[in-house]
Design a binder for this molecule. Structure first.
Ligand code: GLN
Length: 192
């Protein structure tokens, strides 16, 4: 099994390192053939508008949409969840594959970056909370009926699952807690 990290922009190296710590060596994905070759994909944090432009520029948008629609396991964080959202506030193009409404940069300027306790759903195992690193994070305003919430910041859903897509508004790759990575790797039939 081959694990890819979309490496056009953003904090893809931190994801590759976190996956390696969790037992899944990852490779950077920058082209459509590289996308074709992986069995699971991380969409990292960064700047969602830039990432969309780079995907378009590399003629990867349609290929990415098709692969996710046909069940490619995905771990999307921060800007990655914005890329997938059905609806983005303020409005911007997105792949519209994850049934959420999400507001960019929604936690306000003074909280632009913060480490916040995230309440973790039982099925994640290993205790009721996890550290969430939020960096100019988006806020989930609505979740559709097919979306399961696995983590909360106060009342806000911050870790979500829909089919083979696992998505966080925070950055699980920046802490030692590898529950999210392990859950993603299990989806691709990877280690643990
Ligand atoms: N604010 C960024 C965006 O809207 C996301 C921030 C991040 O990925 N750390 O794309």
């Amino acid at each position: 099994m081959r694990v890819g990290v979309l490496a056009l922009q953003g904090d893809w190296q931190a994801h590759a390192a976190a996956l390696a710590r969790a037992g899944g060596a990852a490779e950077p994905v920058r082209t459509a053939p590289e996308l074709d070759a992986v069995d699971g994909l991380v969409l990292p944090g960064g700047e969602s508008t830039t990432m969309l432009n780079l995907l378009d520029h590399g003629a990867m948008t349609d290929a990415l949409r098709t692969r996710i629609e046909t069940g490619l396991p995905v771990l999307a964080t921060c800007a990655g969840i914005i890329l997938l959202a059905r609806e983005v506030v303020p409005e911007q193009p997105s792949l519209r594959l994850l049934d959420v409404t999400i507001e960019r940069n929604a936690y306000g300027r003074q909280l632009a970056s913060a480490v916040v306790e995230v309440r973790a759903a039982k099925e994640l195992g290993d205790g009721p909370t996890m550290e969430g690193v939020f960096i100019r994070a988006p806020r989930v305003r609505r979740t559709g009926p097919g979306v399961t919430v696995l983590g909360w910041r106060g009342e806000d859903p911050v870790l979500l699952e829909q089919g083979a897509v696992l998505a966080a508004t925070f950055h699980p790759e920046l802490t030692d807690d590898d529950r999210v990575q392990r859950r993603f790797l299990r989806r691709i039939g990877g280690s643990r």
